[in-house]
Write a protein that binds this ligand. Structure first.
Ligand SMILES: *[C@@H]1O[C@H](CO)[C@@H](O)[C@H](O)[C@H]1NC(C)=O
Ligand SMILES: *[C@@H]1O[C@H](CO)[C@@H](O)[C@H](O)[C@H]1NC(C)=O
Ligand SMILES: *[C@@H]1O[C@H](CO)[C@@H](O)[C@H](O)[C@H]1NC(C)=O
Ligand SMILES: *[C@@H]1O[C@H](CO)[C@@H](O)[C@H](O)[C@H]1NC(C)=O
Ligand SMILES: *[C@@H]1O[C@H](CO)[C@@H](O)[C@H](O)[C@H]1NC(C)=O
Ligand SMILES: *[C@@H]1O[C@H](CO)[C@@H](O)[C@H](O)[C@H]1NC(C)=O
Ligand SMILES: *[C@@H]1O[C@H](CO)[C@@H](O)[C@H](O)[C@H]1NC(C)=O
Ligand SMILES: *[C@@H]1O[C@H](CO)[C@@H](O)[C@H](O)[C@H]1NC(C)=O
Length: 310
């Protein structure tokens, strides 16, 4: 971070130069993860001249740390808020970096400044800006095919991030859904002030379309994408129904063959027995009926034995 060595009067030009310094530094803000410690860097080279000095770290107008040092670099007095601290040998080494215990979930950029206090005079030594952020979890994406019609519902959920992200949907990796309905809700968790975000998409699309949910957290330089692959989902279902189809077809074929064989067998039986009866009647009508009992027996026996051969 830049070290401002120029002595500026607190009541006149200080605020202006403070603001301009931070506008220039906006891009180089320190990124603090919400709930974790962070160090706001400030190095003075050379270290402040060995003298009785009082330094103050301020967040905007509020003093967060005040410390008095003697000529030999010993700390004589000091206090801080929310566990803010600087190294014990800060004045000797020139490393005046401010340690913060936990980063607060602040939506706005926070500006911190280090000042040397001498009576009414404040000398600005460092300015640092801090951005609070936290990573979102990889979004969970659920796809629900409609029971009727073409409308498909999607649900996208991600948790534990900061600040509030922007959420959008992509179809086939490029176009945003047109004519669909999107509703997105970001809920701030009561304890951590982190966000859970849930987005619903209802859209009429073909089943083979890929649908992606994108969560963007520019502060974290984070873009998370989850995709529901339409084609893949369909082939899984397709394979299952294909297996069922093959099974039922095979079953039908087997049953059909059995029926045909049974019918053919029956037809053949009928034909053979008819022929035998006819032959028998012809035979009986041609022959004189002298010894009918034995002939009849043998004739009726024969077709039966033949039938079982078929
Ligand atoms: C520093 O402070 C001590 C006591 O607070 C005082 O005795 C000493 O003269 C001061 N030194 C300077 C250079 O102001
Ligand atoms: C300054 O001190 C802090 C710890 O107090 C340390 O994390 C940081 O690396 C130091 N910076 C330099 C430039 O030595
Ligand atoms: C404050 O700064 C002014 C101008 O730089 C100087 O004349 C004055 O002596 C300083 N006051 C103290 C208490 O250091
Ligand atoms: C936030 O999301 C997480 C993970 O899905 C869940 O366990 C938690 O209950 C959610 N909290 C709220 C307040 O919705
Ligand atoms: C969907 O995603 C799969 C896997 O990345 C890809 O092979 C396919 O071409 C995509 N389909 C479309 C329509 O973009
Ligand atoms: C989808 O199409 C159905 C009719 O097929 C219509 O009732 C419904 O409103 C459409 N939904 C969207 C989100 O366009
Ligand atoms: C997405 O790709 C699939 C497969 O190529 C296609 O059937 C579908 O119409 C596409 N959807 C859109 C909205 O472009
Ligand atoms: C942001 O992420 C992209 C890709 O992950 C990387 O190329 C880029 O350097 C990152 N930018 C910052 C400022 O971290």
């Amino acid at each position: 971070m830049s070290v401002m060595l120029a002595v500026v009067l607190w009541r006149s030009g200080l605020l202006l130069s403070f603001l301009t310094a931070c506008v220039c530094l906006e891009r180089d803000c320190v990124l603090g993860v919400v709930g974790r410690p962070v160090s706001l860097p400030c190095s003075l080279s050379p270290p402040p001249t060995p003298a009785n000095v009082t330094i103050e770290w301020r967040r905007d107008e509020d003093v967060v740390l005040r410390s008095e040092w003697t000529q030999d670099g010993g700390q004589v007095d000091g206090w801080s808020v929310n566990g803010a601290s600087i190294a014990a040998e800060a004045v000797l080494t020139g490393n005046m970096s401010l340690q913060l215990d936990t980063v607060q979930p602040s939506e706005d950029t926070e500006y911190y400044g280090l000042f040397m206090v001498s009576g009414e005079n404040h000398t600005s030594l460092c300015s640092v800006c801090l951005r609070a952020a936290a990573s979102f979890s990889l979004p969970l994406l659920q796809r629900e095919e409609a029971e009727q019609g073409d409308e498909t519902a999607f649900l996208c959920h991600s948790s534990g991030g900061f600040p509030e992200p922007s959420v959008y949907w992509l179809i086939n990796n490029t176009e945003e859904p047109t004519g669909g309905s999107v509703s997105t809700l970001a809920a701030s968790l009561p304890d951590s002030h982190l966000y859970n975000v849930t987005s619903h998409l209802k859209v009429n699309i073909s089943k083979d379309a890929n649908v992606s949910c994108v969560i963007e957290n520019p502060t974290m330089n984070q873009t998370l994408t989850s995709t529901s692959y339409g084609v893949k989902a369909e082939t899984v279902i397709g394979r299952a129904s294909q297996a069922m189809w093959i099974f039922s077809t095979a079953l039908c074929v087997v049953v059909g063959v059995m029926v045909i064989v049974g019918v053919a067998y029956q037809i053949n039986l009928d034909r053979v027995s008819k022929r035998k009866k006819k032959e028998y009647h012809q035979y009986m009508s041609r022959r004189p009926k002298r010894r009918p009992s034995r002939e009849e027996e043998t004739q009726t026996m024969k077709p039966q034995s033949r039938e079982t051969d078929v």
